[in-house]
Design a protein around this ligand. Structure first.
Ligand code: HEC
Length: 133
């Protein structure tokens, strides 16, 4: 019996999960090097749902404004109306696979939502929450 095709299929299926584990654990190591940790999914979820008042507009901003509260479903950019693919890696295996991408969006989204960059602890907590969805 030739088992090769099954082996390759299993490998291709597993690859996105390895990539995610790699990118997330690389970032976690960087956050720990800055003195953060241990990371809490519960704290990450609380931050995800927390409202922050924008100093200029006086309006409330939240992660869920664009990503919604059901992370297995697509979100919608609150300003541009563009569809944002689901955040849950269980339905979107491309999530959290690139250190560069995660870093870029943490900077942008934290600045927009919180009015400042997130701390290493906050980023580690949010990833702890998101990575297992
Ligand atoms: C104004 C809309 C908006 C808000 C608010 C927002 N995001 Fe995002 N976020 C995006 C867009 C757009 C992307 C990039 C497109 C994509 O990845 O589908 C993204 C991507 C990300 C990514 C990268 C995911 C990956 O696969 O690498 C992370 C992490 C993230 N957001 C976290 C957050 C957190 C945490 C908050 C709240 C502090 C937040 N976002 C609030 C629009 C938003």
């Amino acid at each position: 019996m030739n088992t090769k095709p099954i082996g390759i299929a299993a490998l291709l299926f597993a690859l996105p999960f390895y990539a995610q584990a790699d990118a997330v654990s690389e970032l976690e190591a960087q956050y720990r090097a800055k003195g953060a940790g241990p990371f809490s999914a519960a704290a990450g979820e609380a931050l995800w749902n927390k409202g922050f008042i924008d100093a200029k507009s006086g309006k409330e901003r939240k992660c869920t404004l664009c990503h919604t509260t059901d992370l297995t479903r697509p979100g919608k950019h609150v300003r541009t109306g563009k569809v944002i693919e689901p955040m849950a890696p269980s339905v979107n295996p491309k999530r959290f696979t690139t250190v560069k991408k995660i870093k870029k969006w943490f900077v942008r989204n934290c600045k927009w939502t919180l009015g400042r960059e997130c701390t290493a602890q906050e980023k580690g907590d949010v990833l702890a929450f998101l990575k297992n969805l």
